[in-house]
Design a protein around this ligand. Structure first.
Ligand SMILES: [Zn+2]
Length: 225
């Protein structure tokens, strides 16, 4: 049986538009830079009579220096040991006053400038600054928060192009007629079997002139293959 190859008409290929609503993106966004905080605890060494004011001013001075000179923001300040001071801080009614501590300590949590990467040097830097202001660094602690990367994947409809085939001349094996492949007919029939049952048979290459079944063999080009 003669075999005919039917190529895809290159000019007819159309890629279907994808509805953006059908496209889903989840992503793997790279993890951002780690956030570093340093918590320092320090004691103003020369405490005048008005301890509250002195501590407040000392804390403000450190906050300003960190922000303006080191681009690092103090997120939280906690002052402890103030209750022994001459200017007594008012307590919530019913609250038991803690034991007096003559040395108020100031604790600060600092969001460290991302450009500062050497924490040992930053610690020494702060230590030197505090010493120059007659304050004593008693503790420092570094915490790092590393952002997690989020995974993503593209999901969407698979885009299958539509296309036509080039009209290709084929020849019928039965009558010898030549015609373009689109004229080939498809027919089906019920065929009786020897056991009395019936079988559905069909041909996609029926001659349009003489009705010959499987009048030729046609191979259609596969897209992308
Ligand atoms: Zn024919």
């Amino acid at each position: 049986m003669a075999k005919f190859f039917v190529p895809i008409d290159r000019d007819s290929v159309k890629h279907a538009m994808v509805d953006p609503a059908d496209v889903r993106y989840t992503g793997t966004h790279p993890a951002g830079p780690p956030t570093t905080t340093m918590t320092i605890e320090f004691i103003p060494q020369s405490v005048p009579h008005d301890v509250d004011t002195a501590v407040h001013m000392a804390a403000q001075e450190v906050v300003h220096w960190l922000r303006n000179a080191r681009n690092s923001v103090v997120q939280r300040t906690n002052v402890s040991g103030m209750y022994g001071s001459p200017r007594h801080r008012p307590l919530t009614p019913g609250m038991v006053p803690p034991m007096p501590n003559p040395m108020p300590t100031i604790e600060m949590q600092i969001a460290v400038d991302p450009l500062i990467t050497d924490m040992r040097a930053f610690h020494d830097d702060i230590d030197q600054y505090l010493q120059s202001k007659k304050m004593l660094l008693v503790r420092s602690q570094i915490d790092q928060t590393v952002p997690q990367a989020t995974a993503y994947a593209y999901t969407g409809p698979s885009v299958k192009p539509s296309y036509d085939y080039e009209e290709t001349t084929v020849e019928c094996e039965g009558c010898g007629a030549e015609f373009v492949h689109t004229k080939l007919k498809r027919e089906s029939a019920t065929w009786p079997q020897s056991d009395g049952s019936e079988k559905e048979v069909e041909s996609e290459t029926v001659c349009p002139k003489c009705g010959y079944w499987d009048c030729c063999e046609v191979e259609y080009e596969k897209y992308g293959g």
